[in-house]
Ligand binder design. Sequence first.
Ligand SMILES: *[C@@H]1O[C@H](CO)[C@@H](O)[C@H](O)[C@H]1NC(C)=O
Ligand SMILES: *[C@@H]1O[C@H](CO)[C@@H](O)[C@H](O)[C@H]1NC(C)=O
Ligand SMILES: *[C@@H]1O[C@H](CO)[C@@H](O)[C@H](O)[C@H]1NC(C)=O
Ligand SMILES: *[C@@H]1O[C@H](CO)[C@@H](O)[C@H](O)[C@H]1NC(C)=O
Ligand SMILES: *[C@@H]1O[C@H](CO)[C@@H](O)[C@H](O)[C@H]1NC(C)=O
Length: 327
Amino acid sequence: MEVVGVCAEPSGWSGSMPGLWRQRLPSAWALLLLPFLPLLMPAAPAAHRGSYKPVIVVHGLFDSSYSFRHLLDYINETHPGTVVTVLDLFDGRESLRPLWEQVQGFREAVVPIMEKAPEGVHLICYSQGGLVCRALLSVMDNHNVDSFISLSSPQMGQYGDTDYLKWLFPTSMRSNLYRVCYSPWGQEFSICNYWHAPANCCLHSDPHHDDLYLNASSFLALINGERDHPNATAWRKNFLRVGRLVLIGGPDDGVITPWQSSFFGFYDANETVLEMEEQPVYLRDSFGLKTLLARGAIVRCPMAGISHTTWHSNRTLYDTCIEPWLS
Ligand SMILES: *[C@@H]1O[C@H](CO)[C@@H](O)[C@H](O)[C@H]1NC(C)=O
Ligand SMILES: *[C@@H]1O[C@H](CO)[C@@H](O)[C@H](O)[C@H]1NC(C)=O
Ligand SMILES: *[C@@H]1O[C@H](CO)[C@@H](O)[C@H](O)[C@H]1NC(C)=O
Ligand SMILES: *[C@@H]1O[C@H](CO)[C@@H](O)[C@H](O)[C@H]1NC(C)=O
Ligand SMILES: *[C@@H]1O[C@H](CO)[C@@H](O)[C@H](O)[C@H]1NC(C)=O
C-alpha cells in the first residue's frame, strides 16, 4: 500500500481548505469565563434564572472552539444565563485521531458537567463531532442528555470526495479509498472510522466478501449495531436514555455525502439514497432509532441554502432548528 503524505505539511494546503483552519486564535479564555455567566448576569430574568440546562458543544474535523463564537452569542442572547461549554479537545489536526480515542477524551470532559446538572444537559455536536457524541450516548450508561443536536453530521457515514480527503489521501478517489480506510492503518484516522463504501463498491477486488465496510469499520459499524459485539445491547439501552434526537442538515451542505446521512439516510448497493426509515439499521432497530421515532423523540430539521462551514453561524438556522430544543 502506498502511504501518502499524511503527516507532512502540504504546501498551500490552507488555501485548498477554505475556512477549515481559519483563525486559530486562543479561545480558552472565552470558554473559561462561560461557566461563570450565571454569576456575572444577575440581571437575567428571574423566571429563567437557572432554568436552562447546560449546553455542551463538540466541534468537527479540523475545527476548534473558535468556530462557535456566533452560536455562543445566539445562546447568550436568547437564553441568558445558560452555561455553555465548548470542549477544546482534539482541535485542528488532532481531530484526525481515531474516534474511539476522542470519545474517551470527550467522555472525561463531559462527566463533571453532567454530574453538576441534575436536570440534564444538551449536546450540540457538529459534523464529525456528531459521531463522537453518538458514541458517547452509547457507551455512557449514566448520561443525562436531554437534547442531542446533531448539526450536519454524517451519522450514516461519508462516501464523497472532499477537500479533506484530497489533502489526506491525494492519490485516492472515493471509489478506491476503501483500500486505505479499511485497513488497520486507515482505521487510525477519524475520517476512516466513518468512511462508508456502499455494499457493492469493492466487488471487483473481493468477490467473496460483498461488504468490506461491515467487516472493517471499527467505529461506525459498532455504534450502528451493524456488526455484533458483546456490548451492543447495553449501548442500545444507553443511547435510548436520550431525551430527543434533533437532526439538522441540508442539500447545500457540500461536504456531507450523501447529505441525507445527516438524517440517517444513505446509499444502497446501487448508490441510490434510501431514507432513514428504509435503512436496515432502522428496520432492525439495531441501536434504537426505530424506538426513538416511535417515541416521538426524533426531530428532523432540513434546511436548504446552508454550506457546511456555516451551520453554526446561521441565525435563521439557530432560531428554527436549535433554539427550541435548548430549554
Ligand atoms: C451576553 O449578552 C449580554 C447582553 O447583551 C452581554 O452584556 C454579555 O457580554 C454577553 N456575554 C457573552 C459571554 O457574550
Ligand atoms: C476483516 O477485518 C479483519 C481485521 O481488520 C481483516 O484481518 C480481514 O482481512 C478482513 N476480512 C475481509 C474479508 O476483508
Ligand atoms: C464492554 O463493556 C465493558 C464494561 O463496561 C468494558 O470493559 C468493555 O471494554 C466494553 N467492550 C467494548 C468492545 O466496548
Ligand atoms: C440495483 O440495480 C440492479 C440493476 O438495475 C437491480 O437488479 C438490483 O435489484 C438493484 N439493487 C438494489 C439493492 O436496489
Ligand atoms: C442562513 O440560512 C438561510 C436559510 O437557508 C439562508 O437563506 C441564508 O442565506 C443563510 N444566511 C447566511 C448568512 O448564510
